[in-house]
Design a protein around this ligand. Structure first.
Ligand SMILES: [Zn+2]
Length: 176
């Protein structure tokens, strides 16, 4: 436990906008440090940078997934005040959970989609009888009957899937 990684890439319309966005995100993080309990401020300040016309956070040890799920929409609202953008983000934590984001802003509206996997997306659904890995979470099809490759049992994975399935959130924020 303890290993966390946050990645982020926001493509802006020019380098000046990217610089301004980095500045705004840093100011937001400083002003809201108490809100993000596990935020490793020094790492975020060091790692957040401008790459051409993009804001970049590359494999930063900054936040746990639950915090990043709140942080990314907040910074999208900030960056929308600066200009239009498209971007994506990725997060993983030492608890085994993982997730990713796709987002964009056209000047009127922010569209943001997050997919959060409480058990991580490389996780397998296993046979209840013998514990064998049966199918990857990402490849699971609802309603399909699976046969365990090891013991040959016909198994219903729907309950296990329901328990650990990804949480998908799509948000549309009007900014004008
Ligand atoms: Zn089995």
């Amino acid at each position: 436990m303890g290993w966390t990684s946050n990645d982020l890439r926001i493509e802006m319309m020019n380098a000046e906008a990217a610089e301004a966005a980095v500045e705004a995100i840093k100011n937001y993080a400083i002003a809201n440090a108490s809100k993000y309990e596990a935020l490793n401020m020094a790492n975020l300040m060091n790692d957040l940078s401008v790459d051409g016309m993009a804001v970049v956070l590359d494999d930063s040890y900054s936040m746990h997934c639950a915090e990043y799920l709140e942080f990314v929409p907040e910074i999208c609202k900030l960056v929308a005040e600066i200009g239009t953008f498209t971007g994506s983000a990725f997060m993983t934590s030492g608890y085994g959970d993982e997730g990713n984001f796709e987002f964009s802003c056209d000047g009127d509206t922010i569209n943001l989609k997050s997919v959060y996997y409480p058990m991580g997306f490389c996780e397998y659904l296993c046979c209840e009888e013998c514990g064998e890995d049966v199918v990857l979470f990402e490849e699971y099809e609802e309603g399909k009957i699976y046969i365990c490759p090891d013991c040959g049992e016909e198994i219903d994975l729907s309950e296990a899937y329901e328990e650990h399935k990804p949480e998908i959130n799509e948000i549309v924020i009007k900014i004008k």
